[in-house]
Design a binder for this molecule. Structure first.
Ligand code: ATP
Ligand code: MG
Length: 478
């Protein structure tokens, strides 16, 4: 058997494996969700599959699907800079639409990890749902793992916060999940799995949609039980190459090399800044290159794009880069992904838009930084001042917050938001929390509805909620 080391080998092996288990391959969808105006980006492979998870028969007349999906998670932006979280990443996924359930799903995951990828069982650990007043401990999944050879001390039982999917709103389908972790250190693998230890990195998650949470806060069994899994390509490639930093793999190395060259600095010692630049510019390249043709602007996806580019530019400045560099870096993203036709087709557009945005921002960045330094002498940036930095120098509020943070001073966010509202000739979608939440607007209601792992459950809830009322059933198919 050929060893799997590269992204393309991994994707091919995954698709082939699940095809051999009767799954049909579907293409990667756009990064911009087609049917859900409440979220800005596709955050997981299940996003485009919502109707089929609800029971609409799939056009391919199958209950088993597999694919690789390009994803953007702005919710993880604060973690970007570590070794394992990205704004843009690819997710491998397999789905059962009311077909197989826990046993097969876990057995498939185990077989793929240990047989196809050749990962030794002794380097794996598992988490399952601990149980609470709403649903029992997931003994079933735990038993299945143990039967496959995972020792009991390598299985952690965790609460809803860690091992439960949805509902993101107040009602809707949800259920326990089981996550697979890999030991990324050279040190001997500890006998007992401690999920707090960061050397255990999560690589794959099998979600079992098995309950429906009712408006009375009851958890009723769902009729159509689905499986929804997600495996991170970057993290898996890292471990298959015996590394422990995603940025050292072929998925990032060419970009990091280029940043080293341009900045005349070494990755070592500048990891965080270089990771952020590489991550943000890769994400920007994918957003610009998407089928849907997004460009930097002050609303919606365009504003997320603008902030990613501007943050990368600021980190470039911190590394001492004094000339235009974003489109140069972006050029090195493309060869990593030869199979995303849209990137290559839109290559010129990507280059032009990056250069334009960089030029726009470079004009004001220096002046804005000088202004910031003046303002920050007072130990507090008032809302009015933060708004001035936004309006006159194009500083996204997070950038002002980040700059303030570095100096150990505060920004009056509340006043900023008030100020922002007062000047609301811009769309409300461009304000505050949207960047980090990934939501299409920043209303409290929307935020509440989208706090959990996946942002899609509200869409499920709306449809399912209606059905439950109408038919007392959650399934169209069964
Ligand atoms: P973590 O707790 O590490 O943030 P998660 O629980 O948010 O992961 P899931 O939502 O279960 O992850 O996503 C499924 C898989 O996708 C994960 O097991 C991981 O391999 C990958 N993944 C999730 N978020 C990211 C990210 N920001 N960057 C890279 N890979 C990711
Ligand atoms: Mg996460």
């Amino acid at each position: 058997m050929k060893e799997i080391k590269t992204r393309q080998e991994l994707i091919k092996a995954y698709i082939k494996f699940f095809q051999s288990k009767k799954h049909r391959e579907i293409p990667s969808s756009s990064l911009i969700p087609q049917n859900d105006p409440t979220v800005l980006f596709t955050t997981a492979g299940m996003h485009p599959l919502v109707p089929y998870l609800l029971g609409t028969p799939h056009p391919l007349r199958t209950k088993r699907l597999v694919n690789v999906q390009k994803c953007i998670r702005t919710q993880d932006i604060d973690e970007v800079g570590d070794k394992t979280h990205h704004t843009f990443f690819e997710m491998l996924g397999n789905w059962s639409l009311g077909d197989y359930f826990k046993k097969e799903a876990i057995e498939f995951s185990f077989e793929f990890l240990t047989k196809t990828l050749g990962i030794p069982t002794k380097k794996l650990a598992i988490s399952v749902f601990k149980g609470d007043k709403d649903a029992p401990k997931d003994e079933e999944s735990s038993k299945i793992w143990q039967n496959l050879g995972i020792p009991e001390e390598r299985i952690a039982y965790l609460p809803k916060k860690d091992n439960w999917w949805g509902p993101a709103g107040t009602t809707g389908p949800c259920g326990p999940d089981t996550e697979m972790f890999y030991w990324t250190s050279e040190k001997p693998v500890p006998k007992k799995f401690n999920p707090e230890d960061e050397k255990w990195v999560e690589i794959w998650n099998d979600v079992f949609m098995q309950y429906n949470k009712t408006p009375e806060e009851k958890y009723e069994p769902l009729k159509q039980k689905n499986v929804d899994t997600g495996m991170g390509v970057e993290r898996t490639i890292t471990i298959l190459n015996g590394l422990n930093d995603n940025y050292e793999t072929s998925l990032f190395k060419p970009i990091i090399d280029q940043i080293e060259k341009i900045s005349n600095k070494k990755y070592k010692g500048n990891e965080r800044a270089m990771r952020i630049i590489a991550d943000h510019l890769k994400a920007a390249t994918f957003i610009l290159g998407d089928e849907r043709g997004i460009e930097p602007s002050n609303i919606g996806q365009g504003y997320v794009l603008r902030r990613l580019i501007r943050r990368a530019i600021r980190y470039g400045k911190l590394l001492g880069i004094n000339h235009s560099f974003t489109s140069k870096i972006s050029k090195f993203v493309l060869p990593i992904y030869p199979d995303y036709q849209e990137l290559h087709k839109n290559h010129n557009f990507i280059k032009q838009e990056l250069a334009k945005e960089e030029e726009r921002f470079s004009k004001t960045l220096e002046k804005g930084l000088r202004e910031f330094n003046k303002l920050s002498k007072d130990k507090l940036i008032s809302g009015k001042e933060a708004f001035l930095l936004f309006q006159s120098y194009g500083f996204p509020i997070e950038m002002t917050e980040e700059l303030a943070d570095e100096k150990g001073i505060k920004v009056d966010l509340e006043e900023y938001n008030k100020e922002f509202k007062r000047h609301q000739d811009l769309s409300r979608t461009s304000s505050g929390g949207m960047f980090k939440s990934g939501l299409a607007d920043d209303s409290e209601q929307t935020k509440k509805l989208h706090t959990a792992t996946h942002l899609l459950n509200e869409a499920l809830r709306k449809v399912l909620g209606k059905e439950i009322k109408q038919k007392g059933s959650t399934s169209k198919e069964n």
